[in-house]
Design a protein around this ligand. Structure first.
Ligand SMILES: *Cc1c(COP(=O)(O)O)cnc(C)c1O
Length: 474
């Protein structure tokens, strides 16, 4: 590199490239013109990025009741710990001897997740919930292959499930069979019974489910499945509702994924990074991806010798930084994890009770950490759920999850989490009531929202049909 600068007689990339890079790269691949980067001072660049970041909505700026996503507070100390030099400058190819601290953290996190889920073994490799589902379903598939039951090609998924569930099972080559929910928003066990035969490999369930309702018949369902020789997969995205109160093992599940970035506090707006560890019972232990971190009584090691492993599901060992944050959060909370779940459930029920007279509540049951309203009434008055979501943005509130789960028309799915104060919850309730009132009085005005955001109302249909993703727009 030194010669490149010595021989260069200009500061722009062109002369440097022309002068020396041709020695290393084919000439025809070298850039002929300047790339036209603006000449800016460091301060100006910093201000540019700060301004862009200010346009973002984030949990630091306001309430973020995004149902199914658990946008809880992410303690800043987690960031500090994840950025410690010993953690973030460690290379994944360094030896076990050189990586004892990191391996110890991973081992202890595995042990803690075992305790929380009741399961017997854990892999920390998957990088997201959906990736955990894929890993879990690969394990289910291999389990039946090793038993010679290759006829088990069907996976049952409730109609309230998150879309990743059927998608993950399908990616493993399973056929998806939908089971419907009953009038209480729970799996209809009679319908389930009628679907069971010897070709069913598993059911994928979320409990509490995506309506925020606890599946009361889960023990009956697990017995039905196991009697049929099938397995039960637990989508742990809603684990924030039950930490320390019960666990998937007690409910009869065989495979579980957790979303560390949801339940165990890692910022995940914008899609990542995440971690979706998979926990399994004893009989599935030998199928886990390798390596698993073990402790031999003296030191921590990466164990590659896993007899029937499905193989690796990710380069190296997962999103290590997320694991550090999750473990820091768990240690910091200790027994209060149980309290976090209790508060998350209390907060959701509080908002639900305050809003249910004004908005439709299709499943009027005590909820767990989230609940689903319907904006049907408001839709008839001229503003759909989408409009309500946009209006919330004018009150410094991130919209809830909308139009999911699919079984609720005009769905508005609200998850306040445990980390908000009563004042914030009351402020949100007031805003939701005010919006309903505005829709009755003057729906036209509501349809102009959002009015306070850097980008106002956009034509979402056009954007989806003709996406223009080029820089400066073309
Ligand atoms: C978020 C979520 C998932 C998928 O998790 P990702 O980490 O986003 O891949 C699966 N199921 C449910 C119920 C979820 O809420």
């Amino acid at each position: 590199m030194k010669t490149i600068f010595e021989k260069s007689n200009g500061v722009d990339g062109v002369s440097i490239g022309e002068c020396e890079l041709g020695q290393f790269f084919p000439r025809e691949l070298l850039r002929k013109d300047s790339i036209g980067l603006p000449q800016l001072s460091e301060l100006e660049v910093m201000r540019h990025y700060k301004e862009l970041s200010d346009r973002n909505f984030c949990i630091e700026k306001g309430f973020y009741p995004l149902g199914s996503c658990t946008m809880k507070y992410n303690p800043k100390v987690n960031e500090f710990l994840a950025s410690l030099e010993g953690f973030c400058n460690l290379h994944p190819l360094q030896s076990d001897e050189d990586s004892q601290g990191a391996l110890e953290l991973m081992y202890k996190l595995q042990e803690t997740l075992k305790q929380l889920t009741g399961m017997d073994a854990v892999t920390l490799q998957p990088a997201a919930g959906a990736h955990g589902e894929l890993t879990g379903m690969m394990i289910v598939k291999k389990y039946f292959e090793t038993k010679g039951e290759t006829n088990r090609k069907k996976v049952i998924v409730p109609d309230s499930a998150h879309g990743t569930n059927p998608a993950s099972a399908k990616m493993c080559g399973f056929e998806i069979i939908e089971v419907k929910s009953n009038e209480k928003g729970q799996v209809d066990t009679e319908a389930l019974k009628s679907l069971l035969d010897k070709d069913v490999a598993a059911i994928m369930m979320t409990n509490p489910n995506t309506l925020g309702i606890f599946e009361e018949k889960v023990l009956e369902i697990s017995k039905l499945m196991h009697d049929n020789g099938s397995l039960l997969y637990y989508d742990g995205a809603n684990f924030n509702a039950i930490m320390g109160w019960t666990n998937p093992k007690l409910m009869g599940f065989d495979v579980v994924h957790l979303n560390l970035h949801k339940t165990f506090s890692t910022p995940h707006g914008g899609g990542g990074p995440g971690a979706g560890p998979v926990c399994v019972t004893e009989k599935l232990k030998d199928l886990l991806p390798s390596p698993i971190v073990e402790f031999d009584g003296n030191k921590y090691i990466r164990q590659y010798n896993i007899p029937q492993s499905i193989g690796k599901v990710r380069g190296f060992y997962g999103n290590f930084g997320v694991l550090v944050r999750a473990y820091a959060y768990i240690l910091m909370m200790g027994k209060n994890l149980k309290l976090a779940s209790a508060d998350a459930v209390l907060n959701a029920n509080y908002i639900k009770e305050k809003l249910k007279g004004t908005y439709d509540l299709p499943y009027d049951e005590p909820c767990m950490h989230e609940f689903v309203l319907s904006g049907e009434k408001q839709h008839h008055q001229g503003v759909s759920t989408l409009g309500i979501a946009k209006r919330l943005m004018d009150s410094n509130c991130h919209p809830p999850t909308v139009y999911f789960p699919l079984i609720v028309h005009e769905a508005i799915m609200i998850e306040p989490t445990e980390s908000e104060s009563k004042e914030v919850l009351d402020g949100f309730i007031d805003t939701m009531l005010k919006i309903a009132h505005e829709i009755e009085e003057n729906p036209e005005e509501v349809l102009k929202s959002p009015q306070t955001t850097p980008i106002k109302r956009v034509d979402e249909t056009l954007a989806a049909r003709q996406p223009n993703l080029t820089y400066k727009g073309n």
